[in-house]
Write a protein that binds this ligand. Structure first.
Ligand code: GDP
Length: 594
């Protein structure tokens, strides 16, 4: 067996394996920047002079013809087989590359379906090469559920007769009728930054698996440009409703939390009645055709009743659910009795939920993946250890010097850049001699990078690197999101992480990496709470208890008891997050090594 994954623990062996995968013929120049890699049409060699243009004219004609043939194929292939990942791309892109000798590791120990073509989404097959070998295997029960869910997505997804019928009913308001299709839908409404979205999608997906609903992502503009399709033979992208459509599906982006079709509002307005013994039922003779689930950080008491068994029973009768969340609600699902047994069976190791589901769902498209690999090979590949530092500043009043001091004292206190390899991994007595290191800094600003490079640049053999500095967060900007996604994945390829508390950007990176990061606490969030006399040394970084993202806004209300409880004490695998005192984390009951 040609073993592409190079042992545990990163380092040069992993680099050697990754080099085998280095994309196509041309070596990546050392000065390659993420921006250049993303903007280059990567299957097309760079044009240097007119002679090159002339020599390429003929092949170009062939490519145009080939692309036209591919387009014709796609247009005639029909929905069932024409999702963007399933395109017959192999003969048109980078044909020089030898096919992979695919092993079980490329499918992440059975997590990923084998029903995709390699060339249509390389990251799906190459992820394992750029990440540590995992001792955290997906359970057979999780794998079986994923395969079952893929079949449901294909049977009921866009383009099928069942989906057309369901949309027609929704649009016409025909009302709920019993029929045999058994297709119900969960639409995830995308909003906020990429990290929030990835956590929201993961939460929605798990809820869809638990409730046997088809997940469709209302992708904003760029989900299709960022991620490959996760389910074979279908698409997870919600088809766009027409311009003049009156469909509820055309109003999703305008929702923003208030609607009479919202679960919380219906509970308050009497659309749903609650009996003295806690049973809930519809006030109308039939269930509604659709309902919003408002589960964002600012949700209220009635919205939080989503996490009650009785309300879940009622929701099961609604054909279309629209979920609005920027939160990682998964720990809340574990605390919902209706789901807890099933979840415990799927995830015997509680700390690995996002680790598995993130690796299952998210595969950067070829263009983004090419940029990630190019940057990695140019800047991070040839060292024993990569240290990722993710800097996110929420409090505008916070002076940059304060944040910088937090980072530098964290790096100093836990000897991340001065000790031996074992020290830096957080493991205690270092024994290895010299080894090389590179530092990856991600931040919207270049200021921190410049200071960290001034401080450490000369002493770090692999150098200090920052792929981009966007200045500020942008909305609905696909190129900006591609850079953000690239950086999340580059962070996930590191061996040690320092992250900014409260940031979902960092949570996704740590989850994909399978690392417990060192977390820098967030300064008081609100301007009014900021105090000049705060000392960064009073806010030391702490090792996270878990690889899992934090659920920032859990419901403390226990439905059966009819009162609030201390969520830090309700379950052996739920703990308060180190960075958000009212948030909760899934942790391993026994101290499994990560
Ligand atoms: P959070 O706000 O930190 O929880 O993370 P999100 O990812 O949800 O939103 C922040 C957004 O700001 C990202 O999606 C990016 O668009 C942008 N952003 C924040 N930090 C960085 C960074 O280090 N690099 C890049 N490229 N973009 C960033």
């Amino acid at each position: 067996m040609d073993k592409l994954q190079a042992g545990s623990g990163g380092g040069k062996a992993r680099v050697a394996a990754a080099k085998q995968h280095r994309s196509s013929s041309a070596a990546v120049p050392a000065e390659m920047r993420l921006e250049a890699a993303l903007t280059r049409r990567w299957w097309w060699p760079p044009l240097r002079n007119r002679a090159t243009v002339r020599t390429m004219a003929l092949p170009a004609l062939f490519v145009v013809a080939a692309v036209a043939a591919a387009a014709a194929f796609v247009l005639t292939a029909g929905w069932g087989s024409s999702s963007s990942n399933d395109m017959p791309t192999s003969s048109f892109f980078d044909g020089s590359e030898p096919p992979l000798n695919i092993t079980d590791e490329h499918f992440l120990d059975g997590l990923l379906s084998a029903d995709f073509r390699y060339m249509s989404c390389r990251s799906r097959y190459e992820f394992a090469v750029y990440h540590k070998t995992s001792s955290h295997k997906p359970s057979p029960y999780l794998i079986a559920n994923l395969r079952k869910h893929e079949a449901l997505q294909k049977r009921c997804g866009p383009g099928t007769a069942a989906h057309k019928k369901a949309v027609r009913r929704l649009d016409s308001g025909e009302g709920v009728v019993d029929d045999d299709d058994g297709c119900r839908y969960l639409v995830y409404i995308s909003y906020r930054g990429l990290g929030n979205r990835m956590l929201g999608i993961t939460s929605a997906f798990l809820y869809a698996v638990l409730t046997e609903r088809v997940l469709l992502v209302d992708g904003g503009k760029d989900t299709g440009a960022l991620f490959c399709e996760p389910f074979p033979g279908t698409t997870w992208l919600l088809p766009q409703a027409g311009w003049f459509s009156f469909s509820p599906l055309s109003r999703l982006q305008g929702y923003e939390g208030g609607s009479k079709e919202n679960l919380g509002d219906m509970l308050q307005s009497g659309g749903i009645t609650v009996s003295a013994d806690g049973n809930v039922s519809w006030s109308a003779p039939r269930p509604p055709l659709y309902l919003y689930l408002h589960l964002s950080g600012s949700y209220g008491f009635h919205d939080k009743l989503f996490f009650c068994d009785a309300h879940q029973r009622l929701l099961g009768e609604v054909p279309w659910l629209f979920m609005w969340t920027d939160n990682y609600i998964v720990p809340g699902l574990f605390l919902t009795p209706a789901f807890s047994d099933e979840l415990e069976a799927m995830f015997p190791e509680k700390e690995s939920v996002f680790y598995h589901l993130g690796r299952y769902l998210f595969h950067p498209t070829n263009r983004v993946w090419h940029a990630i690999k190019s940057y990695y090979h140019a800047n991070l590949a040839d060292v024993d250890q990569r240290v990722g530092v993710q800097i996110r500043v929420f409090q505008k009043k916070q002076p940059p010097r304060f944040v910088l001091e937090q980072i530098l004292s964290c790096l100093r206190d836990v000897k991340l850049l001065s000790g031996t390899k074992t020290d830096a991994a957080g493991g205690g007595n270092g024994t290895s001699s010299s080894f090389s290191r590179a530092v990856l800094v991600t931040s919207l600003s270049s200021w921190y990078y410049d200071r960290i490079r001034d401080e450490y640049g000369g002493r770090i053999s692999g150098g200090v690197h920052q792929p981009s500095h966007e200045g500020r967060q942008r909305w609905r900007d696909a190129a900006h999101d591609m850079r953000a996604l690239s950086e999340i994945y580059l962070l996930s390829m590191c061996d040690v992480l320092v992250t900014s508390g409260y940031s979902t950007f960092g949570y996704v990176a740590q989850g994909l990496a399978g690392l417990r990061p060192w977390v820098m606490p967030r300064a008081p969030m609100w301007a009014a709470d900021w105090r000049e006399e705060l000392d960064p040394r009073d806010m030391p970084c702490r090792r996270a208890d878990s690889v899992e993202p934090c659920f920032h806004a859990p419901s403390a209300y226990r439905c059966a008891a009819g009162r609030d409880v201390d969520l830090g004490k309700v379950s052996p695998y739920i703990r308060r997050c180190v960075d958000v005192k009212y948030g909760i984390n899934l942790v391993n009951e026994s101290s499994g090594q990560w």
